[in-house]
Design a protein around this ligand. Structure first.
Ligand code: UDP
Length: 330
């Protein structure tokens, strides 16, 4: 049974490809390489360069490989960019997901596992961990574009023999502990990526966006999840869809929050680099605290995180960043 990974040349997608190959699955990748890299796809996977929104590309690909299951990672992920280019985000994340779904229905694909996001919740009410039953109320076109895809999937699965899982990611970070892949986007804006770049002198300093929030140290709190635990949740979701009739919408996080300053301290401690940190204004659109209630995924999939440890997340992110630097110097 062959599995398709869209966005398999990107950060999370490439980790998924490795996980599937490790499990002995046949893997086909579809990626247009707009932000991903062909070298991030292991040679054992079958890489096809093209647009998932193009039915003439994706339809024949699904049929040629007799794809039973699709992991859909391809999409745009920068929240502020979605605010300035909402129609671009609705095209990439919503319209193209619809085209992919239609091709899947036509080709008789059985399982669809979708990269969703905690951004569907908007700003949670208070500091408590947010459960899937919380109202969806996205505050950015990015969050809305993902929520619309969740809704399409729900309705398509009710009308056709397709089962699905939507996994709502909290703050994904770290890299493959075996050093095979990691976050390679040069201008990524996420906290741990930026801090590891500062630690390795790839940037002269970094900034903390907002120090006057109502949290113990005044900086925002997030639930950082190791990318390896995240892809494990996807693999378990595939087993679940293969063996049951139940669709799933589930949070992926550890249920524990870390502040921006705690993360920066950890990067300094693990790297041994005392890089410059400037205290800056709040970044527009940041919620004070977003932490997952992860009971559902633990209960339904038996998901047991192996890397719920900020030191490991940071250590793996640093190793990958150093490896990238060596690669770029060649
Ligand atoms: N952040 C920061 N400096 C940076 C990048 C991020 O202070 O250079 C903060 C950001 O304001 C937020 C937290 O780190 O409070 C996590 O941001 P990130 O962009 O990693 O993820 P988000 O939660 O926005 O998806």
């Amino acid at each position: 049974m062959t599995v398709l990974v869209t966005g398999g040349a990107g950060y999370i997608g490439s980790h998924m490809v490795w996980r599937l190959l490790d499990a002995g699955e046949e893997v086909v990748v579809a990626d247009r390489l707009s932000t991903g890299f062909d070298w991030a796809v292991p040679p054992e996977a079958n890489l096809n360069i093209g647009d998932i929104g193009d039915p003439d590309f994706i339809g024949p690909l699904l049929k040629r490989h007799d794809i039973q299951s699709v992991f859909h990672f391809a999409g745009s992920i920068v929240v502020p960019e979605s605010v300035t280019d909402p129609l671009g985000y609705y095209l990439n994340n919503t319209v193209k997901s619809r085209a992919l779904m239609e091709a899947c229905v036509k080709a008789g694909v059985s399982h669809f596992i979708f990269s969703s996001t905690a951004a569907v919740y908007g700003t949670p009410d208070g500091m408590a961990p947010v459960a899937e039953s919380a109202p969806a109320s996205p505050e950015s076109p990015y969050g809305t574009s993902k929520l619309m895809t969740e809704i399409m999937l729900r309705d398509a699965a009710a009308a056709h023999p397709l089962r699905y899982a939507c996994l709502r990611y909290f703050n994904v970070a770290g890299a493959d502990p075996n050093g095979r892949t990691g976050q390679s986007t040069p201008n990524a804006t996420h906290l741990i990526k930026v801090a590891t770049q500062a630690a390795l002198n790839k940037r002269p300093f970094m900034e903390v966006f907002g120090t006057d929030y109502g949290t113990p140290d005044g900086t925002c709190i997030r639930d950082y999840i190791h990318v390896t635990d995240l892809v494990e949740a996807h693999y378990l979701a595939l087993q679940h869809l293969r063996s049951s009739e139940e669709n799933l919408v589930a949070n992926c996080g550890y249920g524990r929050g870390r502040s921006v300053l705690e993360v920066i301290d950890m990067v300094k401690q693990v790297s041994g680099s005392d890089f410059e940190v400037k205290l800056a204004e709040r970044r527009p659109g940041d919620a004070v605290s977003i932490v997952a209630n992860s009971d559902l995924i633990k209960d339904r999939l038996g998901w047991t995180p192996q890397y719920d440890d900020l030191e490991k997340i940071v250590g793996n992110a640093l190793s990958w960043e150093a490896a990238l630097e060596r690669r770029n110097r060649k």
